[in-house]
Design a protein around this ligand. Structure first.
Ligand code: PLP
Length: 398
């Protein structure tokens, strides 16, 4: 019998990261001492000056009404100022569209730019959401696998090898979810020049721009290759920088025709993002970066603990994450053996055994196009982090 669900939507895979988090929450609610390495969100509360701005916005009737579908003009101007402050990139507020989180920004730019049959280059390991909005736009994803040898960074040779006459866009994420890789300046320049020469759109996801460690620096691609600006869409949001995942505010910075089309799409789709959230985002992007600096210091400490504890486990190896808040260890040395009396063949099996036997949630690499690996977030308390890694180590070394 034909499915009642449309073929388009029936083909979407549920978000593996949200699935792990919700299973872990279920177990926790049932009283299990679960430690979650699955979540992609800071464990800090939203800074109080942002919350205060939202509280006062609630009592202003102007915020009780519809507002422009593409975003509050004040917020679009503040995003333009923030982009100049943080990236050194001069933009016009008309290039900004405020969306319901970064995910919505991703969905809209795929709808606005891609046609059926277009191909989009997606370096793997990739953030699990990307292939689905590409498919919903009727386009196809060309996965470009990367490994530890290149620091999980795609090379221009790989881009050239995958180029066809249908290639329309490249997805570029630095700092990366799930690998924590940060591209150095020269590699970003080379990728930008390649896109320019081949007339390829670049979707550059900068949502982790403020979370870089050690000697790594974040560069916004169009500042290094300004000629790319007319074929670049920047994706960003308040979620990770200001611990605001639940507020749902993201944005697109695009050439004006693309921004206008995206706003029109949004006018029939969601209308404006909740005004209260937009007012909170306005306070966030207009305010200081001190709260994210505090979070970054904590993440940096946890990153180093995670890196050394994981590398000390037999059969596990991991690169030191340079950005975001994820480590992406290689668990292939733990596969094809018995763990806790159970046969483990894949990292999906391993994740299930971790959850059931030691109440530790991780996201298997299969969710990111990288079987054999797993993603562990270090956005959790120091004690939980050490306890969770000790449980993994005891199980695998025992
Ligand atoms: C690479 C990347 N881009 C975008 C997002 C979207 O974040 P949100 O929709 O919460 O703003 C995420 C969230 O996990 C992400 O990891």
């Amino acid at each position: 019998m034909e499915s009642r669900i449309s073929k388009r939507v029936g083909a979407i895979a549920p978000s593996a990261t949200l699935a792990v988090t919700s299973k872990a929450k279920e177990l926790k609610a049932a009283g299990a001492p679960v430690i979650g390495f699955g979540a992609g969100e800071p464990d800090f509360p939203t800074p109080s000056y942002i919350v205060e701005a939202a509280i006062s916005a609630c009592s202003d009737p102007v915020n009780h009404r519809y507002s422009p579908a593409g975003g509050l003009p004040d917020l679009k101007e503040a995003i333009a100022r923030k982009t100049l402050r943080d990236s050194g990139l001069e933009i016009n507020p008309n290039q900004v569209v405020v969306t319901n989180g970064g995910k919505h920004a991703v969905y809209n730019c795929m709808q606005v730019i891609l046609n059926a049959g277009d191909e989009v280059l997606l370096p793997a390991p990739y953030w699990t959401t990307y292939p689905e909005p590409i498919a919903l736009a009727g386009a196809t994803t060309t996965v470009l696998p990367t490994s530890e040898e290149t620091g999980f960074r795609v090379t221009v040779d790989q881009l050239n090898a995958s180029l066809t006459e249908r290639t329309k866009a490249l997805i570029f994420v630095s700092p990366s979810n799930p690998t924590g890789a940060v591209y150095p300046k020269e590699e970003i320049e080379a990728i930008g020049k390649w896109a320019l020469e081949n007339n390829i759109w670049i979707f550059t996801d900068e949502i982790y721009e403020h979370l870089v460690y050690g000697s790594s620096t974040h560069y916004s691609l169009p500042t290094l290759v300004p000629e790319c600006a007319d074929q670049t869409v920047i994706l960003n949001g308040v979620a990770k920088t200001y611990a605001m995942t639940g507020w749902r505010v993201g944005w697109i910075i695009a050439p004006e025709d693309v921004a206008k089309a995206s706003s029109t799409l949004q006018s029939h789709q969601t209308s404006n993002v909740a005004n209260i959230s937009q007012q909170a985002a306005l306070a966030a992007v207009s305010g200081p970066l001190s709260a994210v600096e505090e979070m970054r210091t904590a993440f940096d400490r946890r990153r180093q603990v995670m890196h050394s504890m994981l590398n000390a486990i037999d059969g596990v190896s991991v690169l030191e994450p340079q950005g975001a808040f994820y480590a992406f260890p290689n668990f292939s040395g733990c596969l094809n053996r018995d763990i806790a009396g159970r046969k483990v063949e894949t990292t999906l099996d391993l994740a299930q055994i971790f959850l059931e036997e030691i109440h530790v949630a991780i996201v298997p690499g299969e969710a990111f196009g990288a079987p054999g690996y797993a993603r562990l977030s270090f956005a959790l308390g120091d004690n939980d982090l050490e306890e969770g890694l000790t449980r993994i180590s005891d199980l695998l070394n025992g």
